[in-house]
Each structure stands twice: as C-alpha cells, then as structure tokens.
Design a protein around this ligand. Structure first.
Ligand SMILES: [Zn+2]
Length: 283
C-alpha cells in the first residue's frame, strides 16, 4: 500500500458520511502501535505529529515524521501523515516546505489563541503558502481548551463566524469548539450535538473534533452522525501506554531492557487504535 493523503481520506469520509481518526504520534512505538491497530480493524487513519512532539524530538521535524511515513507506507491500511497544532510560524513554514518529501499531506495551523482578526491573517497567509503545493490545511476557531492543563468546556464556535472564517482563510477543514477539551484522561465530556449539526450546515468544509479522548464512544458516534469528519485522538493512547509501562516496571523491579516495558505499551496503543477505529470508522 502506498501512503494515503489526508485530503483523500477526508473526501472519502465526507462521501460516506463517516469520519477518519487522526492519532497522535510521540514515539516510534506510537506509530507502530497505531498502524497495527488500523490494520487489525481494516480502517484507514492518520498519523499526526504535533508541534509539541517535534519539540520533544529536539525541534527536529524529519526524524519522527520520516519514521512515521515509512511505517505508514509499509502498511496494508490507508494511512496519511499530518502535522498537528503548529503554532510556531517558522515551524509552519518549514513544515509546508518539507511536507511532501517527508510524506506529509496536511497541516493544522493553530492560531486560535490569537484574536479573530489575527487568527484570520495568520491562517490565510499559511493556507495560501500550503495550497501552492496542494497541502490540505486545518485551522481552529473558538479555542479548544486543555492544551495548557485548563479545560474550558464552556468555549463554543459560532456557526456564522466559522463560515466567515472559512471564506476569509480558504482553509480545508475546521476544528471546532463544541464541548470537548484536550488532555482529558476520562471520557466524561458532553458534546453540543445540536451545535455540531448547525456548524455542519453552515460551514462549507469538513469539521474536526479535538479532545476526543474525553468523549464517550457513543457520543463520538453521534458527533459523526451530526457531521464531524475528522476525530483527533491522543490522550486515550497515552493512558494505556503509560499504564502498561507502570505495570511492567512494578512487576519487575530489576528490568533494564526498555523493550520489556515498551512492547506492552505499544500493544496498548494497538488495542486502543483497533478498538476506536473499529467502532467509529471500519465498515
Ligand atoms: Zn488538538
């Protein structure tokens, strides 16, 4: 199987009124685990590498992204590579310039922390740059809480402002604030499903849900039924990953070979990716 593109996977989701899941990659074990999970469910998916993950890898874009590309390209599932939550303008420009050789077909420009006019200006400029090489671009309107530890379930994206934002920036997909919040370790968030439906009617591009780890699976299915087309999942993988590391270390106080605790951690990622993609994506 060759590498998929985010634009093609999202177009399939739009046509089928379904969704594609984008899973956050931090380590090689995440990328391997996610793709193994997608293969077992038969679903397509996206490996996304965030600005924070790139910063963790010494600020270097290529090593973790190229490794993810190789894992995706060798998969029997359709897997695309996306850059997630890019706020740093120089990283955004580098990401756009180096995207295709690294297998990256899309980027999320995250300027939602700026006021509306600045968000439009920054996003529009980067969208124009990205569209010159046919990258698919996601942006965010109505800051989705939790990135700095503080959950903000009260934040909401206004449908008319969202439609104007898309028209002004020419973005291809829009992350919306509809009740979810980043970094939640329990699935207790309540989504505003009526707002998702109104956004889907008003906004002419596919909608993206961030903070999906905090949302019960049934509600995620409802969100897809109302118009969410890309679902971002990070924390849910890391809860399982870290639990397995903790259990492995607790079970053997003398273990030194990292493979002894990373293999079960990677297996936890596989199980989560398989379960979520089977429930939400697979036919
Ligand atoms: Zn996010």
């Amino acid at each position: 199987m060759t590498l998929a593109t985010t634009g093609a996977l999202i177009a399939d989701a739009v046509r089928e009124r379904g969704a594609v899941i984008a899973f956050n990659v931090i380590s090689l074990e995440h990328a391997e685990g996610i793709v193994a999970g997608l293969e077992s469910s038969g679903a397509p998916g996206i490996l996304q590498i965030s600005e924070n993950a790139i910063r963790y890898h010494g600020g270097r874009l290529a090593p973790i992204v190229a490794a993810s590309r190789e894992i995706a390209a060798a998969s029997s599932s359709s897997v695309a590579i996306h850059l997630d939550h890019v706020q740093d303008l120089s990283l955004a420009r580098a990401g756009i310039a180096e995207a295709w050789p690294l297998g990256v077909s899309s980027i999320m420009v995250d300027a939602a922390h700026l006021d509306y006019a600045e968000n439009v200006a920054v996003t529009a400029e980067l969208v124009a740059e990205a569209h010159r090489t046919s990258l698919w671009v996601e942006a965010e309107l109505g800051e989705i809480g939790g990135k700095n530890g503080a959950h903000a379930p009260g934040t909401r994206t206004d449908p008319y402002e969202a439609a104007a934002f898309v028209a002004e920036t020419r973005v291809d997909g829009l992350a919306v604030a509809v009740g979810s919040s980043h970094a939640m370790t329990t699935a207790t968030a309540d989504l505003d499903l009526d707002l998702i439906e109104r956004l889907a009617e008003t906004v002419p591009v596919p909608l993206v849900l961030h903070g999906s780890s905090g949302v019960p699976t049934k509600v995620l299915r409802d969100a897809v039924a109302r118009g969410i087309r890309k679902i971002n999942v990070g924390t849910a993988l890391n809860v399982g990953y870290t639990d397995r590391v903790r259990a492995s270390l607790a079970a053997d106080a003398h273990v030194t070979d990292p493979r002894r605790y990373l293999a079960p951690a990677r297996e936890a990622v596989t199980e989560s990716a398989a379960r979520l993609s089977a429930l939400l994506v697979a036919p």
